[in-house]
Write a protein that binds this ligand. Sequence first.
Ligand SMILES: NC(=O)c1ccc[n+]([C@@H]2O[C@H](COP(=O)([O-])OP(=O)(O)OC[C@H]3O[C@@H](n4cnc5c(N)ncnc54)[C@H](O)[C@@H]3O)[C@@H](O)[C@H]2O)c1
Length: 282
Amino acid sequence: MKAIRTIAVCGAGTMGSGIAQLTAQAGFNTIQFDLSPAALKKSRLGIVAQLNKLVEKAKITTEEREQVLSRIRFSTELADCRADVIIEAIIEKKEVKIKLFNDLKVFNEPDVVFATNTSSISIDAIAEGMDHPHKLVGMHFFNPAPVMKLVEVIRGSHTDPSLVELVFHLAQQLGKVPVICKDAPGFIVNRVARHYYLEVMAMVEKGLITAEQADASMEAAGFKMGPFKLMDLIGLDINYSVSNIVWEALGSPERLTPSPLQQAKLQEGKLGKKTGEGFYKY
Ligand SMILES: NC(=O)c1ccc[n+]([C@@H]2O[C@H](COP(=O)([O-])OP(=O)(O)OC[C@H]3O[C@@H](n4cnc5c(N)ncnc54)[C@H](O)[C@@H]3O)[C@@H](O)[C@H]2O)c1
């Protein structure tokens, strides 16, 4: 299996920041790329804050914190993304992801591995726009990436089987529990979870319960986080987009119709934690 030393993480938002922290903590040289200097700055501050918490809890030493930080290079230059594996966590738009992968090919060795963290776009749909469709594999982390154990490893119909094996092994090296699945709408968790989110939003919309009551009950029932807090953490734009894509890909069944309540929040620009307000204020 190809040795992995350097990982480029494209996108420094909610997911990219957590993934870069994770790869650096696991000992990989990490390049964090984003077009936005502000996003990179925010990501760096977020990683420092997370590492400081680990120091406070005596999980890592101050020397280890400095070593982790020294392994991450933050860049707005695409040409800096020269790596063994490239994990893409940019905006959830197929054409933008395709362009990024095709542009990155120029700066990388022919055996570079392209992994996408897309929540909802079909791996085949991205691969079919790429110059080398067999080089793409899905590597779907969950939010927050440094904490959540699951990584869905998605095999598209064009994916070279050796990439599935490599990314499975990489996820284990990152301390994760990888699960392989075929390319299908919503993969595993996001498909199953649609019902969870949509049902509870319908209950709030009908005035049966409040978001606070829903969260309190689900948390007391054993969920780590209630559905509304979770949607705010994920980002309502991301969650809504997943709902739409899964709904359309399954033939628009009524039971999976995206929530008007969530759509209204988007129209107000309330995207969750990242904008300071979603179902809750931050
Ligand atoms: N938010 C979640 O809970 C979650 C969970 C799993 C997977 N994902 C997936 O991860 C990806 C990123 O989601 P996010 O929540 O981190 O989004 P985000 O909006 O927090 O961050 C996206 C980042 O991508 C950058 N970006 C946009 N276009 C770019 C380009 N062409 N090149 C480089 N950077 C670019 C933006 O500047 C931004 O910093 C999406 O595909 C999403 O579906 C999200």
